[in-house]
Design a protein around this ligand. Structure first.
Ligand SMILES: Cc1cc2nc3c(=O)[nH]c(=O)nc-3n(C[C@H](O)[C@H](O)[C@H](O)COP(=O)(O)OP(=O)(O)OC[C@H]3O[C@@H](n4cnc5c(N)ncnc54)[C@H](O)[C@@H]3O)c2cc1C
Length: 383
């Protein structure tokens, strides 16, 4: 009945299903355990008519022409240069720390002096890791590094990952950049913005094909089983490609233990006023339990609404009940993952794809590219 089964209707699953159906002319079944498609990119209008991102703010940005052209077949774009601010004890500054930030942190005279020193030491448009700044012989330049470490990096990272200062990898700390530029954009990618009608609408179009059947509200375990390195669909051996984008440990019954993740709690708030913070994202890098506040209207361009909705993000441990968001990659956890991967590799028609199945962080564009490339090889293989 089906040539291919795709588990999960996130970015990875949708792109793959769409390509196999169109280019490969394959009959594809997509199984999704949530009651909606689009995975963590899922967006919807809330009860006040504001478009919100249910699993946290997602800004599309890419340098990959192929991904931009591919997605542009299914959406137009609201293009904008995403900026991020940080609230440091009530002072709103730009992040990453750049020349504009200098002028918000120090008085005019000191900021101008520091600007000259940074530009003459490192050159305009460079990104200088704070470790490099810390090695500068000028104490004022070293002071900038200290400010960034204390007020932008340290407490934010402790909240995000639930770590004590001594548990934070010094290699990560060393790489935190100061940007010698006046460009406030957070990403430098050529394309950045938001699907004009939202992500869900874009993925609906990708899945809208006669060769694709989507079953939401259905967990893979209800239809698929694995026994003796073979995959069974409703009790019958299934030899076509199975692309699995769910948790690798869950697929194999947690045989080698649970893979640790960081989770997030999202608290949505609605305000009967035009604006809450006047911009899309403010990181709380020193105070508060939440890491950031996103005001959706500035992300999606829906700015003409008289009211506004925001979301606060509270990092927390993953406990098996909440959503696994960020894999916690270290040699121990990666070693456990490698065992699951080796087990999957013994099943010739099983492909692990995506942020959960591959136990790694992917941006939208990176996983879209990887899915397009896997589709290339599957279509080629069946020609
Ligand atoms: C808070 C946050 C913010 C982010 N912001 C950005 C951003 O601004 N820009 C950007 O480029 N990237 C961002 N990302 C990354 C982005 O979310 C991922 O690139 C993307 O979600 C990966 O797609 P995926 O298909 O691999 O996984 P997912 O989107 O998680 O999709 C996997 C799907 O599989 C389903 N599934 C799992 N197990 C089963 C099962 N057993 N049976 C059936 N279905 C199953 C899940 O329900 C889910 O729908 C962000 C990530 C997080 C956590």
């Amino acid at each position: 009945m089906y040539d291919t089964i795709v588990v999960g209707a996130g970015v990875a699953g949708c792109v793959l299903a769409g390509e196999l159906a169109r280019r490969g002319n394959k009959k594809v079944l997509v199984i999704e355990k949530r009651n909606h498609i689009a995975g963590n990119c899922y967006d919807e209008y809330d009860e006040y008519g504001i478009m919100v991102h249910v699993y946290g703010p997602h800004i599309f940005h890419t340098e990959y022409e192929r991904v931009y052209e591919y997605l542009s077949q299914y959406t137009e774009w609201y293009e904008f240069g995403h900026e991020v601010h940080a609230n440091v004890h009530g002072n709103i500054i730009n992040v990453p720390f750049n020349l504009n930030t200098l002028h918000k942190v120090y008085d005019e005279e000191k900021a101008a002096r520091l600007e000259n020193k940074l530009v003459s030491s490192y050159g305009m448009d460079s990104r200088v890791p704070i470790l490099t700044l810390k090695e500068n012989e000028d104490p004022e330049v070293r002071e900038v590094a200290e400010y960034v470490y204390e007020n932008i990096f340290l407490r934010y990272t402790m909240k995000q990952w639930g770590k004590k200062p001594e548990e934070i990898d010094p290699n990560v700390t060393a790489r935190v950049p100061v940007v010698i530029s006046r460009d406030n954009r957070y990403f430098k990618d050529k394309y950045q913005g938001m699907p004009l009608q939202g992500y869900t609408a874009m993925f609906e179009k990708i899945l809208d094909h006669d060769n694709i059947e989507v079953q939401t509200g259905t967990a893979a375990e209800e239809l698929l089983t694995i026994k003796d390195d073979r995959i069974y669909y409703e009790g019958e051996v299934f030899d076509g490609p199975v692309i699995y984008t769910g948790l690798a440990d869950e697929l194999f019954g947690y045989e080698y233990g649970h893979l640790p993740y960081r989770s997030l709690k999202f608290k949505f708030e609605h305000y009967k006023k035009e604006s809450f913070q006047g911009c899309s994202v403010v990181n709380y890098t020193v105070d508060e339990d939440y890491t950031r506040i996103t005001e959706f209207k500035y992300l999606t361009g829906q700015v003409n609404t008289p009211e506004t909705t925001i979301v606060k993000e509270y990092p927390e441990a993953y406990n098996g009940e909440n959503t696994p968001y960020y894999s916690i990659n270290n040699p121990d956890n990666d070693g456990v993952y490698a065992k699951y991967k080796a087990k999957a590799d013994r099943i010739p028609n099983l492909y692990l794809l995506g942020r959960l199945a591959e136990y790694k962080y992917y941006n939208i564009d990176a996983i879209a590219l990887r899915s397009l490339e896997l589709a290339d090889s599957l279509v080629r293989g069946s020609e």
